[in-house]
Every structure is written in structure tokens, then in C-alpha cells.
Design a protein around this ligand. Structure first.
Ligand code: GDP
Ligand code: PGA
Ligand code: MN
Ligand code: MN
Length: 608
């Protein structure tokens, strides 16, 4: 193809690829969106410098003090563009039944028509970047490639942190490798001479997945989960469909490596809804002597059964996109050490007078700062310095406890899967499933109080199956069946054991009953004890739950009655949960697997 046929690419410029399908798509998008320029991103440091400088000039970024946080920036968003927008997220499968009740659906042809009109001319006055990226190791047998087209420099630099982005991914694309097409626009064209705003976006937003076409169309938002399309859109929504078709799992899970004092190694994956503790658990600093944790991933796990029959997990991401508030040297020292090295992007946090970041919960409350909305802030100010869903975006390889095998395409064998949510009542600290199907039932009926990570009423309890409700790319009933089938097809002895945890149960004074954070290592130790047959538990109607005596509580200063209370299985509370589970299953309808209906019956009988 002649390069002149890509509008926006200079006459003398040659695209750095001969991939015919990619070039045709780039041309088609450029013709539709009419950018001033087209640039292929190479992921180089020079490009990072160029784009971050440009973002500073545009007023989007503020450069932090290089002596404190080298090569790092705050980019505070429009106050309307701070979280994932689940009400605007669509799974446009050809058949509506393939979307089901967990996401919105629109006929794909209709959606393409609607969004095509939104995209028409939407990049006018801007640069269109073509951003090749790879989810998971580049060295994988068939690397999972994508290309994001975006008109946001913030997205390009964030993609460099979060994915294997640039020339190496483009090389893997070769001339004909398959890739996920991910189209993103802020939806904020600039007329001739029109001044830009610091955070361009559009009131109208669409986060659309076309699962059969393995394609993503995002419009109107610059916020992480809506705009960094390798993350939720590709690695969960599209990948979950690939996983269904190919017999694997794409899950909203952290991956950690636990090393016992005897140097025994276990890998644990854990699914908690957004802002419910994945990043913290992934980087945990155990409080019990001799135990160590290393990190492999904090948000997404792709899991496949290996030749050895074990479920093996790979983290498709390359960086951490962590919740800022609450992160400090006590709760998550390893996150602090990771961002301290710089090369990080912060969104919707406070800027201190010495050019550092600050947010609620961090040590060293400053006398003054500029809050995320650009207003003066001081201790006692009514407004928060940082949005509750403010984030740090930081390279994974700066994490001091990164596991050496983090980039292994073979992944790591998972011994245990934890499901967890944020529940003030009912759900005990930890509970072991009787078997795989019971564990799938626990995941399928997982519930959690909503957080600020998505729009909506914070605190409302909702079912969040496997912490995947906004991320399942197909019908949730089929998804449950897929989980059950994978277990049935596997060697039962080699399957991970499944646990349900809750760090967020509260006492009468509304205090958390369990201290959480590093102390969660005590729960991990019990989990490993269960795998190895050395830890005791009580059989309850809901599963195997430890007593306080079964946990290593040495050195814990919390009141014993709080710990006891965190472990209680209250039959009346659980009976009250039954109609909620029934309502959830009724909503899903016919596609609820028989195995899960059986589990519900069993639970009812056990509760008496
Ligand atoms: P993620 O979004 O699932 O990765 O969750 P994070 O690990 O970022 O944590 C979200 C919020 O929950 C942060 O404000 C944390 O400080 C808080 N958090 C994380 N782990 C715990 C815990 O064990 N106990 C309590 N009480 N809070 C926690
Ligand atoms: P989280 O990731 O799970 O760390 O909150 C972002 C999100 O899920 O929106
Ligand atoms: Mn997440
Ligand atoms: Mn996280």
C-alpha cells in the first residue's frame, strides 16, 4: 500500500510495518476520524520524553520533583472521568443471549453504526497514535498481540507502563499475525485554532466489545479502565471469550508466590472486586516470621492447564495500576518502594509543595497541597486531596519483590484460588470449599459492597461473580459452566483448592474485625496448611472454617473477641443470604448450571 493513502502520514514517511491488515485498518480509521497526523508509537524512551513534555505543555501533566520521584507525573482528570463506566459498557455479541445479564447489549451492526457517527471527524486537530502491544510475555509461543489506535498521549504513555508496547510488539506482528483491534478516541476534536483543555473527554461514553470479531471500540473517556484497552477490555472481556473457545480462563486475579520458612513454594491466585485488596495482597509483607511473598501480578491472570495437568497462570500486564488512597509504608511498603523509583504516572492525587504526591492515608500529611481538582488543600479541608479511585501507574519491574519467574510464558502452577469481597457482615474471614464445584459456587455467588472503582452507589452490596461482573465477555451462565467443565476435565488431585475470604467484616463499632494487610499472611499460612494437610478446620454449613486456635495469631495485638467474631458462621445471617442468591440465579435464568443449583440446595439443607 502506498503510504500516501494513509491520511495524516507525511508523504515521505514510511509506516514501520508491512502488516497489510494493520495498514488497511489504520487507513480506514484515519479516513474516518481525520486526525492532523498519524504516528506509529515505538515505545522508546525518546518517545516517552517527547509525549510527557507535550502533556506538561498541554497542562495535562505536572512533572514531579525529580529528586523525589524521577521521571514521574501527575495527570489529574476531568472530575467527570474518574472511574470505569459500567452503565456504558457493552458486549455486542451477535446473539443477545451471548451477553446475558452482566453487561449491556446492543446489536453489533447497530452499535457500529452509532459509534461510526461518533468517530467521524473525532480526531480532528489531534494526533492519531498507532500503539502495538503484547499482553503477556513477548516470548510466548503465540504472543497475544493487540494494536490500540488512540488520540490521547496520556493513553500512549500509560500503555508503555502497563503493556509490552512498541517496536518489539510490532515486530511480533510481522506481516500477518492476528491481533486485537482496539480503537480509542477521547471524542474531543479541535476546530482550527481551538484551544485544548487539560483533560479532553466527552459526556457521551461507550466502552464496547465485539467478542466475535475480537475487537474493541472505546469512545469519550480517558480514564484507565475505559481507555487503556489492553487491560479490562482485551485481557478480561475479549480474552474471556477466547478462553471459553480455547479451554482456558481469563480472570480478575492477582498472582502471588508464597515461600514458607522451610522454603516450600506455593503460588496463589485471588479474585477480589475492584478496590477490594488485590494489589495489597499481591505485594504483601508477611508479619509472621520466616514467610515471604513475591509478586507476579496484581489484577489479571490468564490460566491454562499445562502438560503436567496443573493450572498455570500468567499475568498479561507489565505494570501496576493501583488504588492510591490507603497505600502507605505500613499497609503496602512494596508499592511505596515501587513508585519511589519513579517512572510513574499518578491520576487524581494531591500535589505537595515540594513536588511530590500525597493522598489520604499516606504518612506525613503536608501542611498544604493542591488537590486533584486544582484547589488549595490543608489538613482539615472538607474536600479530599485525592479522588477515592485515584491511581498510581508504575512499572512492574520496579517492584522489589517481583518473582524472578514473572516473565515466564509457561506461567506458574496455582495451588490455591481465593475469592473474596467486601462484606461488613455474614462472610467469615476464610472458608475452604469442599471441592471444585463447591468452590465454583462460592465464586459464582460472591458478593461485595460497591467501591469507587466504578460509577454507582458506593457501599451497595451486589453479587459479583468471581469478581468478574463488569468483565465477563459472554453469558455469565455459560461462564459458570465453563468453570465447572474445566474442573471436571482435570485431574482432581492437581486442581487448585478454592477458598472464600473477607478482610472487611465489621464489629459493632463499625471497626474492621480483622487487621488485614500484612496480617493476611496468617490466613495464607492457614491456606497452605490446608493444602498440606497440617491445618485444622471446623466443618460448617458453608464450608471448612478455622477457629481462632487453628490460625497462627502469635504477636497479633487485636482484641481476641474481634478475631473470634471475624470467624463466626451465623446460620441466620446465611439463611438471609439464600433469597439473595436465589434472586441472582433467577436473574441469570436457564443458563445457571445444574451443578450450581445442586450446590444451592445443599447449602439450604445444611443450614437447616
Ligand atoms: P484492588 O483494587 O483489588 O487491587 O485493591 P487494593 O489492594 O488497591 O485495595 C483497595 C483499597 O482497600 C485500598 O484503599 C486498600 O488500602 C484497602 N485494603 C486492601 N487490603 C485491605 C485489607 O486487608 N484490609 C482493609 N481493611 N483494607 C484493605
Ligand atoms: P483494580 O483495577 O481491580 O485494581 O481496582 C482497576 C479496576 O478493576 O477498575
Ligand atoms: Mn481490576
Ligand atoms: Mn489493584
Amino acid at each position: 500500500m502506498s503510504t500516501a493513502s494513509i491520511p495524516g502520514l507525511g508523504d515521505t514517511e514510511t509506516p514501520p510495518t508491512q502488516h497489510a491488515e494493520l495498514l488497511a485498518w489504520v487507513r480506514e480509521v484515519a479516513e474516518l476520524t481525520t486526525p492532523d497526523r498519524v504516528v506509529f508509537a515505538d515505545g522508546s524512551d525518546a518517545e516517552w520524553d517527547r509525549l510527557t513534555t507535550r502533556l506538561v505543555e498541554a497542562g495535562t501533566f505536572t512533572r514531579l520533583n525529580d529528586d523525589i520521584k524521577p521521571n514521574s507525573f501527575i495527570g489529574n482528570s476531568d472530575p467527570s472521568d474518574v472511574a470505569r463506566v459500567e452503565s456504558r459498557t457493552y458486549i455486542c455479541s451477535r446473539d443477545e443471549a451471548d451477553c446475558g445479564v452482566t453487561n449491556n447489549w446492543m446489536d453489533p451492526t447497530e452499535m457500529r453504526a452509532v459509534m461510526t457517527e461518533l468517530y467521524r471527524g473525532c480526531m480532528a486537530g489531534r494526533t492519531m497514535y498507532v500503539v502495538p502491544f503484547c499482553m503477556g510475555p513477548l516470548e510466548a509461543e503465540s504472543p497475544k498481540l493487540g494494536v490500540e489506535i488512540t488520540d490521547s498521549e496520556y493513553v500512549v504513555v500509560s500503555m508503555k507502563v502497563m503493556t509490552r508496547m512498541g517496536a518489539a510488539a510490532l515486530e511480533k506482528l510481522g506481516t500477518d499475525a492476528p491481533f486485537v483491534k482496539a480503537l480509542h478516541s477521547l471524542g474531543a476534536p479541535l476546530a482550527d485554532g481551538q484551544a485544548d483543555v487539560a483533560w479532553p473527554c466527552n459526556e457521551i461514553k461507550y466502552i464496547t466489545q465485539f467478542p466475535e470479531d475480537r475487537e474493541i471500540w472505546s469512545y469519550g473517556s480517558g480514564y484507565g479502565g475505559n481507555a487503556l484497552l489492553g487491560k479490562k477490555c482485551f485481557s478480561l472481556r475479549i480474552a474471556s471469550v477466547m478462553a471459553r473457545d480455547e479451554g482456558w480462563l481469563a480472570e480478575h486475579m492477582l498472582i502471588l508466590k508464597l515461600i514458607s520458612p522451610e522454603q516450600k513454594v506455593h503460588y496463589v491466585a485471588a479474585a477480589f472486586p475492584s478496590a477490594c485488596g488485590k494489589t495489597n495482597l499481591a505485594m504483601l509483607e508477611p508479619t509472621i516470621p520466616g514467610w515471604r511473598v513475591e509478586t507476579l501480578g496484581d489484577d489479571i491472570a490468564w490460566m491454562t492447564f499445562g502438560d503436567d495437568g496443573r493450572l498455570r497462570a500468567v499475568n498479561p500486564e507489565f505494570g501496576f495500576f493501583g488504588v492510591a488512597p490507603g497505600t502507605n509504608w505500613k499497609t503496602n511498603p512494596n508499592a511505596m518502594r515501587t513508585i519511589e523509583q519513579g517512572n510513574s504516572l499518578f491520576t487524581n492525587v494531591g500535589l505537595t509543595d515540594d513536588g511530590d504526591v500525597w493522598w489520604e492515608g499516606m504518612e506525613g500529611t503536608p501542611e498544604h497541597l493542591v488537590d486533584w481538582k486544582g484547589n488549595d488543600w490543608a489538613p482539615g479541608s472538607e474536600a479530599l486531596s485525592s479522588h477515592p479511585n485515584s491511581r498510581y501507574c508504575t512499572p512492574m519491574n520496579q517492584c522489589p519483590i517481583l518473582a524472578p519467574e514473572w516473565n515466564d510464558p509457561e506461567g506458574v502452577p496455582i495451588s490455591a484460588i481465593l475469592f473474596g469481597g467486601r462484606r461488613a457482615t455474614t462472610v467469615p474471614l476464610v472458608n475452604e470449599a469442599r471441592d471444585w464445584q463447591h468452590g465454583v459456587f462460592m465464586g459464582a455467588t460472591l458478593s461485595s459492597e460497591q467501591t469507587a472503582a466504578a460509577e454507582g452507589a458506593v457501599g451497595t452490596v451486589r453479587r459479583d461473580p468471581m469478581a468478574m461482573i463488569p468483565f465477563i465477555g459472554y453469558n455469565v451462565g455459560d461462564y459458570f459452566q465453563h468453570w465447572i467443565d474445566l474442573g471436571k476435565g482435570a485431574d482432581a488431585d492437581k486442581l487448585p483448592k478454592i477458598f472464600y475470604v473477607n478482610w472487611f467484616r465489621r464489629g459493632p463499632e463499625k471497626q474492621f474485625l480483622w487487621p488485614g494487610f500484612g496480617e493476611n499472611s496468617r490466613v495464607l499460612k492457614w491456606v497452605i496448611g490446608r493444602l498440606e494437610g497440617t491445618a485444622a478446620a471446623v466443618e460448617t454449613p458453608i464450608g471448612h472454617v478455622p477457629t481462632a486456635a487453628d490460625l497462627d495469631l502469635d504477636g497479633l495485638t487485636e482484641p481476641a473477641e474481634d478475631i473470634e467474631a471475624s470467624l463466626v458462621v451465623d446460620v441466620d445471617e446465611w439463611k438471609a443470604e439464600i433469597p439473595l442468591i436465589e434472586e441472582w440465579f433467577a436473574k441469570i435464568g436457564d443458563k445457571v448450571p445444574t451443578g450450581l443449583r445442586d450446590e444451592l440446595e445443599t447449602l439450604k439443607q445444611r443450614l437447616g
